[in-house]
Write a protein that binds this ligand. Structure first.
Ligand code: 3PG
Ligand code: CO
Length: 555
């Protein structure tokens, strides 16, 4: 029968302290002026790279290697950390929603049946990120949902969108809103009362994560539920264009607005008897709004009016909280993660990041599960992130503080695994500010050094890797890799992640001298890291895990 007990590794010892460092948004790309990692002073990572091919290698962090629908899909932190922690490749939310929409099963499931009850009397509200980024949501999925819902009886539909500019180029929101407007007018031609009701930028409205700033969610609530915002427009395309020009904000940070009718009345507040679907499949930035929509007891902000609605998520966003309780598509069942195995085999684990990435090294790492497996063996430390700023203003973020916590945890002797996420390359990379991203990369490199020094002191082992690319490429390129110029002859800043591979480096005084990277693993990817880490703790990985990246040669 099934057993949590991991077999002993035939050659590698137990009892070494292993530091697992995830550099968020740290890929490998050609070395030019738009590669902030290359431009930055990164002596620690440079020295690790010299260990290639035996102690440093590149692995895939995007596309099918991490469970995304196609190899055109860039990597992201959710799927990256899922793969790193779970050691296997699961069909991820994007893929599962595609499948459910293609077969039409989504419209027969429990979630849809539940919200459908409202279609006779109430309005169907759809809230989510409007782009084709494929990280949190996808426009084509929204389109299929709109058509399917109306075909299945929705008579009145209101869309509350969040503009992107983070997983896609800034400025593209206008085109996405135009497309949506066109789709909605086609529905109206079929007799469905369908229109846009509100909008706002994803980083300023609704899509906060890990409870960094509840004001973000409140601004969304006010516009979407209460129908209140200081900016009012009759047309959403005009709203986005005007707000971009007049408030000098980019797509990510557009202020909230509501669409009003001729008499200045909001066209789509959420009221008793309505149905609501949050159409993002990715969890982290939907958990907070899901709580606001679903929880009776809620004290994070004053909701003013709490409509009696039927609410469903595109997916269930937190498997442990069972949040939301209704959902259109079942999430991937990511069970038996490496974190759970290792804790059950006595590995005392410390995990740390700052707020904006805290859930990445805990929740995502553990298969979208919040909380401890065994609180006597684990400690998760969250360092509060700066809130209310864009991270190009403080590009060092909390890298130093995270490294200090990791150092102290390593030196304390109380932990076998010390795991951190260093957010700088990603969070600053997303702002599109190249100079600040260079500073960010340097700060992350210094943090790695502090952790490696502590590992040196205790005779431990380190594994340094990344979840996906970002800071290594800050410009949109043509097929041959040259920067793509826009109509004005200017480069287009790439705020998003990339398709680039990421490094895995191993070392430290505790590393058995015969350990080196194998060169016979077919298309190594992030999912191969979990078995590798298990080996370094002295265990064999479970048979169904993706193979380890290392071998032990006799000298
Ligand atoms: C975000 O949510 O910030 C971006 O869409 C993706 O970034 P992450 O996958 O690195 O968190
Ligand atoms: Co990112």
């Amino acid at each position: 029968g099934f057993s949590w007990t991991l077999p002993d590794h035939p050659k590698l010892p137990k009892g070494k302290t292993v530091a697992v460092v995830v550099l968020d948004g740290w890929g490998e790309a050609s070395e030019d002026q738009y590669n902030c990692i290359h431009v930055a002073e990164t002596p620690t990572m440079d020295s690790l790279k010299k260990g290639a091919p035996e102690k440093w290698k590149l692995v895939k962090a995007h596309g099918t290697a991490v469970g995304l629908p196609s190899d055109d899909d860039m990597g992201n932190s959710e799927v990256g950390h899922n793969a790193l922690g779970a050691g296997r490749i699961f069909a991820q939310g994007a893929k599962l929603v595609d499948t459910a929409l293609a077969s039409g099963k989504i419209f027969e499931g429990e979630g849809f049946t539940y919200i459908k009850e409202c279609f006779d009397q109430g309005t169907l509200h759809l809230i989510g990120l409007l782009s084709d980024g494929g990280v949190h949501s996808r426009l084509d999925q929204l389109q299929l949902l709109l058509n399917g819902a109306s075909a299945n009886g929705a008579k009145k539909i209101r869309v509350h969108f969040l503009t992107d500019g983070r997983d896609v180029l800034d400025g593209t929101s206008v085109g996405f809103v135009e497309t949506l407007e066109n789709d909605l007018s086609q529905l109206r031609a079929k007799g469905v009362d369908a229109c846009i009701a509100s909008g706002g930028g994803r980083m300023y409205v609704t899509m906060d994560r890990y409870e960094n700033d509840w004001d973000v969610v409140k601004r969304g609530w006010d516009a979407q539920v209460l129908g209140e915002a200081s900016h009012k427009f009759q047309n959403a395309v005009e709203a986005v264009k005007t707000l971009r020009a007049e408030t000098k904000t980019n797509d990510q940070y557009l202020p909230p607005f509501v669409i009003v009718d001729d008499s200045d009345k909001a066209v789509g507040p959420i009221v008793d008897g309505d149905a609501v679907v949050t159409f993002n499949f990715r969890a982290d930035r939907m958990v907070m709004i899901a709580k606001a929509l679903e929880y009776e007891d809620f004290d994070k902000f004053d909701r003013v009016r709490v409509p009696k609605i039927r609410y469903a998520g595109m997916l269930q966003y937190d498997g442990e909280l069972k949040l939301p309780s209704h959902y259109l598509v079942s999430p991937p069942e990511i069970e038996r993660t490496s974190g759970e195995y290792l804790v059950k085999n006595g590995i005392r684990t410390f995990a740390c990041s700052e707020t904006v990435k805290f859930g990445h090294v805990t929740f995502f790492w553990n298969g979208n599960r919040s909380g401890y497996f065994d609180e006597t063996k684990e400690e998760y430390v969250e360092i509060p992130s700066d809130s209310g700023i864009t991270f190009n203003v403080k590009p060092k973020m909390k890298a130093l503080e995270i490294a200090e916590k990791a150092r102290d945890a390593i030196l304390s002797g109380k932990f076998d695994q010390v795991r951190v996420n260093l957010p700088n390359g990603d969070m600053v990379g997303h702002t599109g500010d190249i100079e600040a991203t260079v500073v960010a990369c340097k700060a992350a490199d210094e943090a790695v050094k502090m952790i490696l020094d502590a590992i040196e002191q205790v005779g431990g082992i380190y594994v340094v890797t990344a979840d996906h690319g970002n800071a290594e490429d800050m410009v949109k390129r043509n097929k041959s890799g040259q920067p793509l110029l826009d109509k004005k002859g200017e480069i287009q800043i790439l705020t998003s992640h990339t398709l680039q591979p990421v490094p895995v480096a191993i070392g430290g005084p505790g590393l058995h001298s015969g350990v080196r990277f194998r060169n016979d693993v077919q298309t190594p990817g992030l999912a191969n890291v979990a078995a590798t880490v298990m080996n370094l703790h002295g265990f064999e990985a479970p048979a169904d895990y993706e193979p380890t990246l290392i071998e032990v040669v006799d000298q």
